[in-house]
Design a protein around this ligand. Structure first.
Ligand code: F6P
Length: 539
């Protein structure tokens, strides 16, 4: 069974949504709230410790009906089944997409090519657990007999962003190990990290699904050379572990086979933090917390798979986003976490969302004439209020935003928490209502200044309110966005799980790298050629 293949613009729902948009474009959400006192109750999904209020959107129940009709017409239900049943829905790479299997319980069954992959996943999980406990307890020691104090994750893209974001988000739950992340091929990155390390007490985790990635191999080699300044080749086995599908290349790098944590080609890089790629998470917060993260994600998987679309959180958020992207032509979406712990959340989502849905060819290989992937950006509140919120409030662009907040503060400082949450609530209220000319005048504003103080409002937001930031709730939140990505890919009739768009630049970079060492320079456009000479002269 392949994914359905339906051009969304040919559906009846799309035609209706287009017509409906012309009415909705002129409505102010303020009026919709005034007309229906139960609007917020009707347009909220309360599930587990999540309370998702999507009432502050430029939608009515009619919009939701049409969006659900669209989901039906593009056969979303069938597509979800296709994904969970291990079909090779990453068709262009001939692979299944089963990151959901990584967080499924031991009794579950997920088949790839007729083989249940769950037993293998749980064997690797046990290996992660054993290894984590040995490092944290100090039973595993470095080459001079000392326990480990530092862990360095060497990887890039999905082999860095997921673990880095989760470790940052779960900082509160961290143990004594200090974690570092080296990703950029910029040598200053690795050198800044090395500066802080003692090789005798540092564990290096080389994470690369393919084990061919230039950045990761360069950083791993630089670190290995630095390590060998004081240690011997045989000591590598004590200090280097790897996560990869490419066992042979890991071994030829010099890593002991027993130190390899396997992963599988049916796990996409940007969805891999649930696999052994997340070993740095496990080391940083302990295996139990890592497992709780996985369990939270699994709960969201079950919700996504089984819940009616009307009360399905990822489906609802995805369809609303399609509404703005394709009908209002909104170019970007902001994700604002009202928690400093979510500092890296938007950066993490950028890969998930933009690498997946930044496509312009449909599932038949034909160019498409409608918009696909949105631009994602954001920073935590309240910092972002003092940075880019001006543009969201009073700029000319429509920027739908997700506001993510946690009712309880982890350190329990209620005074700060109340201030934080008052801002969290106030911003979406302000974005909804704006401020009229009359209201500005009543404040006694000088007439010539009045227009500058008017806020149009009618700026859409989703409020994702969660009880508390825990490994489990974070797992749910990440999985929620993963499923949102999937739903949007289905609606847009694109393949969300390949990333050929990252290849061209890599290929050209390798040619240019050779030219740095050759006197002859290939044919380039005049701009690239000038820049290349400029660099060669200066470096
Ligand atoms: O940037 C392209 C990409 O392939 C990502 O999809 C992936 O997460 C990253 O590179 C790293 O790849 P690997 O884990 O194979 O080193």
């Amino acid at each position: 069974m392949a994914l359905p293949n339906i051009n969304p613009t040919t559906t009846d729902a799309w035609r209706r949504l287009k017509a409906h948009y012309t009415e909705m474009n002129n409505l102010h959400m303020k009026d919709l709230f005034a007309q229906d006192k139960e609007r917020a109750d009707k347009l909220t999904i309360a599930w587990d410790d999540f309370y998702v209020d999507f009432s502050k959107n430029r939608i009515t129940e009619e919009t939701i009906d049409y969006l659900h009709q669209l989901a039906d017409e593009v056969k979303l239900k069938e597509a979800i089944q296709c994904q969970f049943s291990g079909e090779k829905i990453n068709q262009t790479e001939g692979r299944a997409v089963l990151h959901t299997a990584l967080r499924a319980p031991e009794e579950a069954e997920f088949h790839v090519d007729g083989v249940n992959v769950i037993p293998e996943i749980h064997q690797v999980k046990q290996k992660i657990e054993r290894f984590t406990n040995e490092v944290i307890n100090g039973d595993r020691k470095g080459y001079t007999g000392k326990s480990f104090t530092d862990v360095v994750n060497i990887g890039i893209g999905g082999s860095d962003l997921g673990p880095a974001m989760v470790v940052e988000s779960l900082q509160f739950y961290k143990n004594h190990l200090t974690t570092h992340f080296v990703s950029n091929v910029d040598g200053d990155h690795v050198n800044e990290v090395i500066k802080k390390l003692n090789p005798e007490t540092t564990l290096f985790v080389v994470v690369s699904k393919t084990f061919t990635t230039q950045e990761t191999l360069s950083n791993a080699n630089t670190i290995k050379t630095w390590f060998l300044n004081g240690a011997n080749e045989k000591d590598i086995a004590k200090h280097f572990v790897a996560v990869s599908t490419n066992i042979e290349s890991v071994k030829s790098f010099g890593i002991d086979e027993s130190n390899i944590f396997p992963m599988w080609n049916w796990v996409g890089g940007r969805f891999s933090l649930w696999s052994a790629v997340g070993i740095t998470i496990s080391l940083a917060v302990g295996y139990q917390n890592f497992n709780n993260l996985l369990q939270g994600a699994h709960k969201m998987d079950e919700h996504f798979k089984n819940e009616d679309f009307k009360s399905n959180i990822p489906v609802t958020l995805a369809l609303i986003s399609v509404w703005y992207n394709n009908f209002f032509k909104a170019e970007s979406e902001a994700v604002i976490g009202y928690s400093q712990y979510l500092n890296q959340f938007a950066t993490y989502l950028q890969q998930g969302i933009m690498e997946s849905n930044g496509k312009s060819v449909d599932r038949n290989g034909n160019p498409i004439d409608y918009e696909t992937g949105t631009l994602i950006w954001g920073e935590p509140g309240t910092n972002s209020q003092h940075a880019f919120f001006q543009l969201i409030h009073q700029g000319t662009k429509l920027i739908p935003a997700d506001f993510i907040g946690f009712a309880k503060s982890l350190h329990g400082n209620q005074d700060h928490q109340d201030k934080l949450m008052s801002n969290f609530l106030a911003q979406t209220e302000a974005l909804l209502n704006g401020k009229t000319k009359e209201e500005v005048v009543v404040e006694g504003t000088e007439p010539s200044i009045v227009p500058f103080k008017v806020f149009k409002g009618n700026k859409p937001t989703n409020t994702i309110f969660i009880n508390k930031l825990t490994p489990e709730s974070l797992g749910k939140l990440i999985a929620m966005y993963e499923h949102k990505i999937f739903v949007q890919g289905i609606v847009w009739n694109i393949f969300s799980y390949d990333q050929f768009g990252v290849e061209l630049g890599k290929q050209l970079a390798s040619k240019i790298l050779q030219e740095f060492n050759n006197s002859a320079i290939n044919n380039h456009d005049s701009s690239t050629s000038n820049l290349l000479h400029y660099y060669k002269d200066l470096s």
